[in-house]
Design a protein around this ligand. Structure first.
Ligand SMILES: NC(=O)c1ccc[n+]([C@@H]2O[C@H](COP(=O)([O-])OP(=O)(O)OC[C@H]3O[C@@H](n4cnc5c(N)ncnc54)[C@H](OP(=O)(O)O)[C@@H]3O)[C@@H](O)[C@H]2O)c1
Length: 238
């Protein structure tokens, strides 16, 4: 039976790359996008052109009713979810002393509550042996004080706590729940210049999309691994 993967924020950037990797591994991919309809359509076509299966679904995952509608559609069309990949992660950094409550609400709604809504509905469509992989942000265990982007770091740390709780809760159904955390990717909006990146990243370079998909691919087959976060970050914030 074909396995079904649902990828949030899948139309562009890292999400797009992960959709292509999953399709190449034989997953039927359901791409959830919010505004990037053209990119989502183009990605579906690109996957079909190389022999894969994909379709795109529009939903704002910050809205519980829209997530329910999206997964109702998956239940009706695909009938199951083998993998949920929570890739949405909005980063609009402001100094914590000026952090607008509306920005706080929007970040937590998309990055944390939205991921939970997706987990809630996806798990109900999962067979025993399904899995969830969430994309985090490296350095979480340090729970460092970040003056910029506190809302983002709170959301990602919350996602790790949720990951571990779901891993414990659903282990008896062999549903594995893990996290993969990039540090500075080469498409980061606040990437330091190449001669300065070594100050933040001991391995001295930005991460590539392939660095991240390698870890995701590892988890797909790692049947004895659950509740972990894998930093794929060149030693970022060690
Ligand atoms: N890039 C980095 O350097 C870096 C570093 C560390 C961690 N990460 C993590 O890696 C993941 C991917 O990063 P990225 O930079 O590729 O992401 P991104 O470009 O900021 O966002 C990916 C997609 O998320 C979708 N999205 C945002 N809010 C949504 C909502 N409410 N409902 C549905 N979709 C929504 C957007 O879809 P539409 O375009 O359709 O609106 C967007 O295309 C994120 O979790 C991020 O936190 C990235």
């Amino acid at each position: 039976m074909t396995r079904v993967a649902v990828v949030t924020g899948g139309a562009r950037r890292l999400g797009r790359h992960l959709c292509e990797v999953l399709a190449a591994r034989g997953y039927e991919v359901v791409i959830i996008y919010r505004a990037s309809a053209g990119e989502a359509r183009a990605l579906v076509q690109a996957i079909i052109d190389v022999g894969g299966t994909a379709r795109a679904l529009q939903a704002d995952i910050a809205r519980a009713a829209q997530v329910q509608r999206a997964f109702d559609d998956v239940a009706a069309r695909e009938g199951r979810v083998d993998l949920l990949l929570n890739n949405v992660g909005n980063y609009n950094p402001q100094d914590v002393t000026k952090l607008d409550p509306a920005v706080w609400d929007a970040t937590l709604a998309a990055n944390l509550s939205g991921a939970y809504y997706c987990c809630y509905h996806a798990i109900r469509l999962m067979p025993d042996g399904g899995q969830i992989i969430s994309i985090g942000m490296a350095g979480l265990e340090g729970i460092r004080a970040n003056r910029r982007g506190a809302d983002y770091y709170v959301s990602k740390t919350g996602l790790l706590v949720l990951t571990r709780a779901l891993a414990a809760g659903y282990a008896t159904r062999h549903i594995r729940v893990n996290m993969v955390s990039p540090g500075q990717l080469e498409n980061s909006i606040d990437l330091p210049p190449p001669d300065e990146i070594g100050a933040e990243v001991p391995l001295g370079r930005a991460g590539t999309l392939t660095d991240i998909s390698q870890a995701v691919t590892y988890l797909l087959d790692a049947t004895y691994v659950t509740g972990v976060n894998i930093d794929v970050a060149g030693g970022y914030r060690l």
